[in-house]
Design a protein around this ligand. Structure first.
Ligand code: NAD
Length: 363
């Protein structure tokens, strides 16, 4: 199969859909890979690395779309890219169609077969192509939180790990899923005094079994949360109710309970945020202050570490990509119900119930 990888054109997107190593694997399976010139530069991969891996380099995105049978990307196709898709072509990327009727309309009109990373599942009901980005955002959260706490940024001037004779900072992580667990591990590794709150007792049992020496766990009720907010130097919001907007767990009035200059990192901001006072920020201006409390609410945190994020994403997508290329999308989806769950659009038909429900389109 001919596989194409265009350069991402969404503003501030430095990741790329294929690493040179992934291109090498595809070439070893007998596929032809065509990468747009400069596509990997933001993630630290130059054209020469792709050529060494056996890929060809195209001068334009138009060439990539016109000459290949499957397009591999990171972000949802932008309007100009959607116009280049054609009937029978396969698109494999993040789509997030539910809140995006314009994109849904264009993908249906294109006649292409569109498989969304975010709805591919695994045998345990997890989302294997979303998890790597949650791992990245989780590990970044204490790092950006520590930076936000520095005096020059308006923070409390507290070092997460403390020093001999001075207590470490207290870090509260709300939500102990993929983001929360990675955040707690890193914060504990930096020497902070960490507590993770969750609503799921099985999850709390798991965290306590595996990480009981590194951090404490607590049941996330309003009362327990208020107690921990009053003590925390850094609060990391990492809750998710699948398919729903994030619940608002910290209200504006609660900020008065907190220490002046404390920091909050709302990782759940891409689902609307779990603090009432959160609004999405960018890497260019990541923090703002409300009632003396610093807020960090960057909606695409993994973009800050585009190289790590690209490699992590490519590691997760590669087995699915190879199945699609080796067998063709139809047989690959028939053989693997988890990949079939990724199918959102085919030949002018919407094939994913939740997107249909969100947009009033029959599936
Ligand atoms: P996850 O499903 O693995 O974990 C969510 C956890 O929240 C679960 O353990 C659940 O029990 C818990 N939870 C639900 N309601 C709760 C409540 N009221 N109190 C405490 N815990 C509660 O999800 P995840 O992969 O860790 O993702 C968390 C959030 O981070 C999502 O909104 C995701 O979209 C977001 N995210 C953001 C970025 C970014 O760049 N900002 C990147 C990746 C993920």
């Amino acid at each position: 199969m001919k596989i194409g990888c265009p350069k991402e054109i969404k503003p501030q997107e430095f990741r790329v859909g294929l690493t040179p190593n992934a291109a090498r694997e595809a070439a070893a399976h007998g596929h032809k890979v065509l990468v747009e010139t400069g596509a990997g530069v933001g993630a630290g991969f130059d054209d020469a690395a792709y050529i060494a891996a056996g890929a060809g380099i195209a001068r334009t995105a138009q060439e990539v779309f016109a000459e290949t049978e499957m397009i591999v990307k990171v972000k949802e196709p932008q309007a100009g890219e959607r116009a280049l898709l054609r009937k029978g072509q396969v698109l494999f990327t993040y789509l997030h169609l539910a809140p995006d009727p314009d994109q849904t309309r264009d993908l249906l009109a294109s006649g292409a077969t569109c498989i969304a990373y975010e709805t591919v599942t695994d045998d345990r009901g997890g989302l294997p192509l979303l998890a790597p980005m949650s791992e990245v955002a989780g590990k970044l959260a204490p790092q950006v939180g520590a930076w936000t706490l520095q005096k020059a940024n308006g923070g409390r001037g507290v070092l997460l790990g403390g020093v001999p004779g001075v207590n470490p900072a207290r870090v509260l992580v709300i939500g102990g899923g993929v983001v929360g667990t990675h955040a707690a591990r890193v914060a504990a590794g930096m020497g902070a005094d960490v507590t993770v709150l969750d609503r799921s007792l099985p999850r709390l049992r798991y965290l306590d079994d595996v990480f009981g020496r590194d951090f404490r766990t607590g049941y996330s009720s309003a009362g327990v949360l208020a107690e921990h907010l009053a003590r925390a130097d850094l609060v990391i919001g990492a809750v998710l109710i699948p398919g729903a907007e994030a619940p608002k767990l910290v209200h504006r009035a609660d900020l008065a309970l907190m220490k002046p200059g404390a920091a909050m990192v709302d990782v759940a901001i891409d689902q609307g945020g779990c603090f009432e006072t959160s609004h999405a920020t960018t890497h260019a201006a990541p923090i703002y202050e409300v009632d003396g409390i610093l807020h960090y609410c960057v909606a695409n945190m993994p973009g800050a570490v585009a190289r790590t994020s690209t490699i992590a994403l490519s590691n997760a997508t590669l087995p699915f990509l190879l199945a699609l290329a080796d067998k063709g999308w139809r047989q690959a989806c028939l053989d693997d119900p988890n990949l079939l769950n990724g199918l959102n659009v085919h030949a002018g038909h919407l094939t994913y119930a939740a997107v249909g429900a969100a947009q009033g389109i029959k599936v």
